[in-house]
Design a protein around this ligand. Structure first.
Ligand code: FE
Length: 199
C-alpha cells in the first residue's frame, strides 16, 4: 500500500518534471532568438552559455537551472524590449522568479529574483567588477537603482539566496560572447525535470 503510494508520487513528479521541461522548451523556441538587450548574443545563447559556465564551474543543479533560466522574465516581456535596452527598468528578475516559482523551489527562483540586486551589490563592493561591466549592463544599472549603499548591501548579504545570486551574476556577465560555444537546451532538460516540484 505504502509502496504503491510512493510509486504514484514518483510518477507525479516525473510527469510534472516533463511538463516543466516542455514549457521551458517552448519558451526558448518561441522567444529565445530575440536579441539580448544591446548585447551581441541572442537570449537563447546567453542563457545556454550561462548554464554551461555554471556547470563547468561545478555549480549545483539548482544554480545551473537558475543560470539557464535567469532571464526568462525577458521572454515574457519581449514585447517591451527594444534595441539598446528598455527605456525604463522592466523588473524582469521579478517576473522571471514568479514564473519559475510555479515549477521550482527557492534554490532556483531565489537567485533569479536577486540577480539584478547582485549586480548592484557587486558594483558597490568591487571596483574591478564595476569597471568590467558591459556598456549595456552599465546603462541598465542606472535604471535599476545604481550601486547599493552600505546599508542595503548589508541587507542583501543577509538574504538566504545572496551567495547563489552573486555566483549567478558572474555566470551572467561572462555569458555574452557569441563565439563561445554553449551546450544545447536538450542537455539541461533532464536536470529541469528532476528539480520540478509537484504542483
Ligand atoms: Fe542575463
Amino acid at each position: 500500500m505504502g509502496d504503491e503510494h510512493d510509486h504514484a508520487a514518483a510518477a507525479a513528479v516525473t510527469s510534472r518534471g516533463s511538463t516543466a521541461a516542455a514549457a521551458i522548451e517552448a519558451l526558448f523556441a518561441a522567444e529565445g532568438m530575440q536579441g539580448y538587450l544591446g548585447e551581441p548574443v541572442t537570449q537563447r545563447h546567453h542563457m545556454l552559455l550561462a548554464a554551461t559556465l555554471a556547470e563547468r564551474a561545478g555549480a549545483g543543479d539548482e544554480l545551473v537551472a537558475a543560470a539557464l533560466l535567469h532571464d526568462v522574465g525577458h521572454f515574457t516581456l519581449a514585447a517591451v524590449a527594444r534595441p539598446g535596452g528598455p527605456a525604463r527598468d522592466d523588473r524582469h528578475e521579478r517576473v522571471g522568479a514568479r514564473w519559475l516559482a510555479r515549477w521550482f523551489g527557492p534554490g532556483v527562483a531565489g537567485p533569479v529574483r536577486l540577480h539584478v540586486d547582485a549586480k548592484r551589490y557587486l558594483c558597490a563592493t568591487s571596483p574591478a567588477y564595476a569597471s568590467a561591466l558591459s556598456a549595456a549592463s552599465v546603462r541598465s544599472l542606472a535604471l535599476q537603482g545604481g550601486p547599493m549603499g552600505a546599508l542595503e548591501a548589508g541587507e542583501f548579504l543577509a538574504r538566504p539566496q545572496a551567495a547563489g545570486a552573486v555566483a549567478l551574476r558572474r555566470f551572467d556577465d561572462d555569458a555574452k560572447d557569441p563565439a563561445q560555444p554553449a551546450r544545447e537546451l536538450a542537455h539541461f532538460l533532464p536536470l529541469l525535470g528532476r528539480l520540478a516540484r509537484p504542483a
